[in-house]
Write a protein that binds this ligand. Structure first.
Ligand code: SF4
Length: 496
């Protein structure tokens, strides 16, 4: 181990594996990086306590994190000192070899041998995790500490909480020693190449390609993709990325340039033709048939759920969808005034029972329940039937009344070029009701709502709690109001 600033870490090593240009830009032109979206920030802030919880599997350890967290040299020195002083469990152990830094979640000494553990808040082992562990193995062993084993600690998605958390059941430990050893030659070669990339005075010439999306959405796309024109072939959803790049690299940069004769399926061609002609496609008969299935009074219903990695409530599993909020717009008849009902669970307690009790009360009269993309709502209601069998018959009555408002759009009975072959409610709203938008909301997507409610579970500031609750109510209300407007648009186009 040497007291010299590192030039590569786990994350920059993985960045270099994805794309040499991304690594170069990160090291030399960080200011060109895209600002993370609110949605990405919400995703980053999830599950941050899983690493700390996994420490409970090996209690009584010492943390090697230095006073100034960014001082990695101090972290490496502190790890060396802890090892030398006979400490047998070390959290955040830092190692460096040949200017490559690795910070390991948990290092354990058993029977005079060292075992390395890296914690992931996922339920599966991905290829990227194996590469990550392989780099850790390379740095730790080359820095002078032989390892008897290296393992990933992941979440066991079969675990059902019953009382206090059982950490031995919540986590699963999988050895990845064999894979790590197999990758050592590759790791060494890639480290060598990555250092050349970083030290080069010229930016690598890497054209945009599938690597921009895999394994991660690259954060230099704003820079590299700025020459891609509007209505480019990358806006055609429903075809593989490889086909989009084949078109682009063959010179068909925009949808307008795609030949009439092509091998795409009908759905893709509906979008291509809509963009070329800039015209809507409306099948009035099919829309009328859909509307005939809908009976007043109408309920426009939307649920929000959150998925804690570590189960918070009894009788729940890791990453289980827990419904915590719904919004309902209600119309007694076509010309009746629009009414609104909602529910938002209290932070700190299991919201499921109050959720279903309130929902049943708000939907007890007859009438169609319109849901946009009904799969999630149906799954949640079926899950609640299992959790609260006393409400099963009433829930079934609601399930039978559900009609999916997405169907006429998914079946292309109504197609607008701005939908871009995507049927998300936001795309639809943008295309059909441009006056209504999520852009002014602080919580503007389901994943942000999910994280906001999860954070409320530990929030102590009353003002902050009230502020976030208002934002959640506003967001979910807009979801069902959007459905009302979209439904009215369907009624309008058929003149009903
Ligand atoms: S956007 Fe694509 S080409 Fe540009 S750095 Fe990222 S992965 Fe590489």
């Amino acid at each position: 181990m040497e007291a010299e600033k590192h030039i590569l870490s786990k994350s920059t090593f993985l960045r270099g594996l994805q794309c040499a240009k991304s690594l170069y830009l990160y090291k030399n032109s960080i200011q060109l990086r895209d600002r993370p979206s609110a949605e990405q920030l919400a995703i980053f802030s999830r599950g941050t306590n899983v690493g700390v919880l996994a420490q409970k599997l090996f209690p009584g350890g010492k943390d090697a994190t230095p006073k100034r967290r960014s001082d990695n040299i101090a972290a490496v020195e502190k790890t060396k000192e802890l090892i030398a002083s006979g400490v047998e469990v070390i959290y955040e152990a830092a190692f460096q070899h040949n200017k490559v830094l690795a910070i390991l979640d948990i290092l354990v000494k058993k029977d005079n041998q060292w075992y390395a553990y890296e914690v992931k808040s996922s339920t599966k082992i991905s290829h990227t995790y194996l590469l990550d562990a392989s780099l850790q193995y390379w740095v730790i062993t080359n820095s002078g500490l032989p390892l008897a084993d290296i393992s990933l600690i992941i979440i066991n998605n079969k675990y059902v909480r019953n009382g206090e958390l059982d950490f031995n059941k919540l986590f699963a430990i999988k050895s990845v020693m064999r894979e790590a050893i197999q990758q050592q030659e590759m790791v060494e070669e890639k480290i060598f190449q990555s250092k050349l990339v970083i030290e080069n005075i010229e930016q690598p010439k890497v054209p945009i390609g599938e690597q921009c999306f895999s394994p991660y959405h690259c954060d230099f796309m704003g820079y590299c993709w700025k020459g891609v024109p509007k209505n480019s072939v990358f806006e055609i959803t429903g075809i593989p990325k490889a086909e989009q790049f084949a078109l682009y690299n063959a010179g068909f940069k925009t949808i307008d340039e795609i030949p009439v004769k092509n091998n795409f399926n009908g759905n893709v061609n509906i979008h291509i033709n809509a963009v070329k002609t800039d015209e809507e496609k409306v099948d009035k008969d099919a829309i009328s048939k859909f509307l005939n299935k809908v009976n007043y009074p109408l309920f426009f219903m939307d649920f929000e759920t959150f998925m804690p990695a570590v189960p918070i409530y009894n009788n729940t599993k890791p990453y289980q969808h827990i419904p915590f909020q719904y919004s309902l717009h209600y119309k007694q008849s076509k010309d009746a005034e629009l009414q609104h009902f909602s529910f938002l669970g209290e932070q700190g307690s299991d919201p499921r029972k109050s959720f279903i009790q309130n929902l049943l009360k708000h939907t007890e009269t007859e009438g169609t329940i319109l849901v946009y993309d009904a799969l999630m709502e149906r799954n949640i209601l079926n899950g609640l039937k299992n959790d609260f069998p006393e409400y099963a018959a009433e829930i079934d009555f609601r399930l039978k009344r559900i009609v999916d408002l997405m169907v006429p759009f998914q079946e292309k009975n109504y197609y607008h070029p701005a939908m871009k072959n995507s049927f998300s409610i936001k795309n639809l709203l943008h295309a059909l009701v441009p006056d209504l938008s999520y852009s002014d909301l602080t919580i503007s997507s389901g994943s942000i709502a999910m994280t906001a409610f999860e954070h409320l579970q530990t929030e102590m500031d009353m003002f902050k709690i009230l502020e976030v609750r208002d934002q959640l109510l506003e967001y979910c209300k807009l979801d069902t109001l959007s459905m009302v407007k979209i439904f009215e648009k369907l009624e309008m186009v058929v003149g009903s």
